[in-house]
Design a protein around this ligand. Structure first.
Ligand SMILES: [Zn+2]
Length: 674
């Protein structure tokens, strides 16, 4: 090819790739399949390899690269990065409105957007190309993290516009880690023995500080651009309008924003998002309210620390005060003993709370919690609320110190706590609480999925010594079961039937069902994919195991320990005799179950949170999306589905219910996917 033609071809491919990258990562509305995208990408890569003289830094092939840094360069911000004043009170929002209206004598519009709980960064573009990105630092100087920001797919390396006014701009935004990626990251860190991140913001901040851009690229950071500090041209008088324009040329902006014409409208928006923010897949801790008009902003001006034309409203943490009546101990399937606070019932964000987690002994000691204390409880993103502090001023002197018992509250055998662990455990692997927990796990949806084997029944079976371990359930016959209280003949037969049906579950489910400590469904998938059958897994060396991407040292050790114990091996052998699957079917190895499929969720699911469901889809090779398009493969319909459901109906997207979805992710055993 003549060099002019090569150059033109390369340029064309880059334009196409940039455009499709934007459709995918910014708009979440891809126009071509991943496969088609890969073809374009590979074509560009091949040309660039052959003609390296045409490689430029804004080429999509150069997103992740650069060297491992030893320290970040300090750079000076062209425009200071001020922080915003913030408030928790509506009254102060009204005061803010009064102050601004005193200075500006025309009607004021407030640009009101969700406040993302992430890490503030600034990005500079020259000639439409991303040239530099930095952290806020002290507001005047920040760290140059250009290399790391480039790895974020929603950061455009080149803007999709010829408009000269937008070619040399500085924009600011918030880097964040989606909740689903955060959960996944922490789960991976747990299995590899790394300390966990406290929340998505810490995880995002920690990731931006990594010195290897490749490691950053793997974490799945994302960004919302929310600010352009200087109007790019006289015709842009409204900040809100510029942002909309920036969205059109490549930037991801906060989707939930409103131009409000009065402070009342702002307050309505505040109320609207108070609870709804929980359903978003990123953390939102409040709203940002800014005077929209650039001219009005100059009239209002700044204080030394912050602009006077903007304010952040923060939602208060959801807290309530109640009395801690007692501390109950729960014994889990691995013997771990978890203290739970029993509370006088109290209303908190729409539900009645009567229990809160206390995590472990150290946590109780650190917070100085005594039985009978008045305590402040808080509900964060978690399902179970937690006790945040004790109101010591309210003590009467009758409160009792809680001591962790040295005997298991269920089986009365000894408890122990290893020096490097936070948890007390029951030593007795035949402890009824442990056995019940193990059987319930064995029968659970993602494991053997045995219908009808719930807590009450399992409890009865164990207490009446009809089963001593999960393998024993395959020895039950209807006569045995029918003797159990409130169990009719018909339901006894049904139970036996579903127990027998579970023998067809794929190896991945069986392996997960064994309940090897630290081995979740994802790790099971990895092990089955790579090692194929139980003997390979039992005989694998530490090294064989840790060679598998996603299996760290802790997991490897856990697997080795599990099969060293005779009782566990006996159970495995017995299950084998009953005909359970201990080697992989071909498709378990070849494909992850959802490879290439796009899923959208609408409405609430019963057995999983939205985040967990999305994470599973991702792990199984699929793509969870938040918006419906013709390319969506499945819409999963939960309780009270919303507008996405209607759109799916309109577009003719396949709609499945939750049980069907669970079958698809748990296994492909039914073979029918509607
Ligand atoms: Zn016990």
């Amino acid at each position: 090819m003549a060099s002019k033609r090569v150059e033109r071809k390369i340029e064309l491919l880059r334009k196409q790739l940039n455009y499709h990258n934007y459709r995918y990562y910014v708009l979440d509305q891809p126009e071509i399949s991943d496969f088609e995208y890969d073809l374009l990408y590979k074509e560009l890569e091949a040309l660039e390899r052959k003609y390296p003289e045409y490689v430029t830094s804004d080429s999509p092939t150069q997103r992740v690269g650069g060297e491992v840094l030893h320290e970040f360069r300090t750079v000076e911000h062209k425009v200071k990065m001020l922080s915003l004043d913030n408030t928790y009170s509506e009254e102060e929002l009204r005061d803010f409105d009064k102050r601004t209206r005193k200075v500006v004598d025309k009607p004021i519009k407030y640009e009101t957007t969700l406040k993302i709980d992430g890490v503030a960064v600034t990005l500079n573009y020259q000639d439409g190309k991303f040239v530099r990105g930095a952290t806020r630092g002290d507001g005047i100087h920040g760290d140059d993290i250009t290399q790391n920001l480039r790895t974020i797919r929603s950061v455009p390396l080149r803007l999709l516009t010829d408009e000269a006014a937008l070619h040399d701009i500085e924009v600011r935004g918030e880097v964040f880690l989606p909740k689903a990626s955060f959960l996944l990251l922490n789960r991976e860190r747990e299995s590899s023995g790394d300390p966990l991140f406290a929340n998505p913001r810490n995880a995002a901040a920690g990731t931006l500080k990594l010195q290897d851009p490749r490691a950053v690229a793997n974490r799945g950071l994302d960004i919302f651009i929310h600010t352009i500090p200087i109007s790019p041209a006289a015709k842009y008088r409204s900040h809100y309008a510029v942002l909309k324009r920036l969205h059109g040329v490549g930037f991801k902006i906060i989707p939930h924003a409103k131009l409000c014409t009065s402070i009342e409208e702002v307050l309505d928006f505040v109320a609207y998002w108070q609870d709804r923010r929980e359903n978003l897949d990123y953390e939102v801790d409040g709203l940002v309210i800014k005077v929209d008009d650039f001219e009005a902003r100059s009239a209002i001006g700044f204080t030394a620390k912050s602009p006077k034309w903007a304010i952040a409203f923060k939602y208060p943490a959801r807290q309530a005060i109640t009395r801690l009546k007692d501390i109950q101990l729960q014994v889990g399937r691995t013997g771990r003993i978890t203290p739970v606070a029993l509370l006088d019932p109290v209303a908190l964000s729409g539900t009645t709370i009567s229990r809160a987690t206390l995590h472990n002994e150290d946590e109780i000691r650190r917070r100085g919690i005594k039985i009978g204390d008045r305590v402040v409880i808080e509900k964060g993103g978690e399902v179970i609320p937690k006790v945040v502090r004790v109101i010591k001023e309210k003590r009467t002197g009758k409160e009792k110190v809680f001591r962790f018992p040295t005997r298991c509250p269920v089986c009365e055998q000894k408890t122990y706590r290893l020096p490097d662990e936070a948890d007390w455990r029951c030593v007795n692997s035949s402890c009824p609480a442990q056995v019940k927990g193990k059987i319930l796990h064995f029968a659970s949806r993602l494991a053997m999925d045995i219908e009808g084997l719930g807590y009450v029944l399992v409890s009865n079976l164990v207490d009446q010594k009809l089963v001593k371990g999960f393998q024993d359930i395959y020895k039950l016959d209807p006569a045995h079961v029918a003797d159990i209280e409130r169990m009719g003949e018909k339901s006894a037969q049904n139970l036996i039937k579903s127990i027998n049906q579970s023998k067809d579950r794929p190896f991945t489910n069986v392996l997960y069902a064994l309940g090897i400590p630290n081995i979740g469904i994802n790790a099971s998938h990895l092990l089955v994919e790579r090692l194929h059958d139980i003997d390979n897994i039992i005989n694998a060396s530490d090294e064989d195991l840790t060679k598998i991407d996603g299996i760290g040292e802790i997991l490897a050790k856990s697997i080795k320990n599990y099969f060293k114990i005779k009782k566990n091996m006996d159970a495995v052998n017995e299950l084998r005799r009953f005909g359970l699957m201990f080697s992989a079917k071909r498709r378990e190895i070849r494909h992850r179950a959802l490879t290439g499929m796009t899923f959208v969720f609408s409405g609430e699911l019963k057995s999983l949170t939205r985040n967990e469901a999305q994470e599973l889809v991702r792990k199984l090779g699929g793509h969870p999306s938040s918006s419906i398009s013709k390319r969506t493969d499945y819409l999963v319909r939960g309780a009270e589905p919303g507008s996405k459901y209607n759109r799916a109906l309109k577009l003719g997207v396949k709609i499945i219910d939750e049980p069907t979805f669970l079958k698809m992710i748990g296994s492909e055993r039914t073979g029918k996917q509607q």
